[in-house]
Design a protein around this ligand. Structure first.
Ligand code: DX5
Ligand code: ZN
Length: 220
């Protein structure tokens, strides 16, 4: 198992001081910046879009990990890549067919970006299997997408275990497993033990009294 990658979800950051928030991440050992794009349709919350990513990205050199919780990823994937996503993760549930998922992955790769696919807590992990060879990352949602600060889904570790088993059996070595939602000092070790490569953390990290110590705790 490689070193754990920590992706800081800006959803819980101070939007009015985004420059200092991303700099704080960069200076304290965070690896990636996680951008949660929400459209008010796929999820009922609305966050930010292209301009926010493009402009805030100027203030850091970390990997731009963009998670789009939107209804029509096919329409928008290329545009998010052009706005500066290094990794673009879209939702299985937002796609019309397996064929469309392969098309979106292809579009993302043609833009020179890495492609990720995410599933909601209620979606079986087996739905990801047909795409694993083409994906750079899979994102297991350990909360219902939409809001930060929700409790970790207890079924998520079993999904990761099943995914890991499948990947080992089929010799899929280059697809990272990321987990998103409810990551804290208690759940991070569980996620790591079952094989997650990337931990996304929002509220636990940004509300911490000691940011640096919390980064170290989550990555250790
Ligand atoms: C939820 C988002 C998450 C969120 C996680 O829909 O995808 O990235 O920010 O927040 P916490 O870490 O507070 O659960
Ligand atoms: Zn997210």
């Amino acid at each position: 198992m490689g070193k754990t990658i920590l992706s800081a979800s800006l959803l819980s950051a101070d939007f009015a001081n985004i420059e200092s928030e991303v700099k704080k991440c960069e200076e304290n050992g965070v690896d990636w910046i996680h951008y949660d794009v929400m459209d008010g349709h796929f999820v009922d919350n609305i966050t930010f879009g292209f301009a926010f990513i493009e402009q805030s990205k100027k203030h850091h050199n970390l990997v731009c990990d963009v998670h789009i919780m939107i209804d029509n990823p096919f329409l928008y994937a290329r545009r998010f890549c052009r706005m500066g996503a290094d990794i673009l993760t879209f939702h299985y549930e937002a796609c019309k067919s397996d064929k469309q998922i392969f098309q979106i992955i292809d579009d993302i790769h043609q833009c020179g970006c890495k492609a990720g696919l995410s599933i909601n807590p209620k979606t079986p992990v087996s739905k990801l299997f047909p795409f694993l060879h083409s994906l750079d990352l899979v994102l297991i949602m350990s909360v219902e997408p939409g809001y930060g600060g929700q409790p970790f889904d207890e079924n998520a570790p079993d999904k990761v275990k099943a995914l890991k088993e499948y990947m080992n059996e089929h010799e899929i070595k280059n697809t990272l497993i990321s987990i998103d939602g409810g990551i804290n000092g208690k759940t991070a070790p569980i996620a790591k033990a079952v094989g997650c490569d990337v931990l996304v953390s929002g509220s636990y990290l940004f509300k911490a009294e000691d940011f640096k110590a919390t980064v170290e705790q989550l990555k250790k």
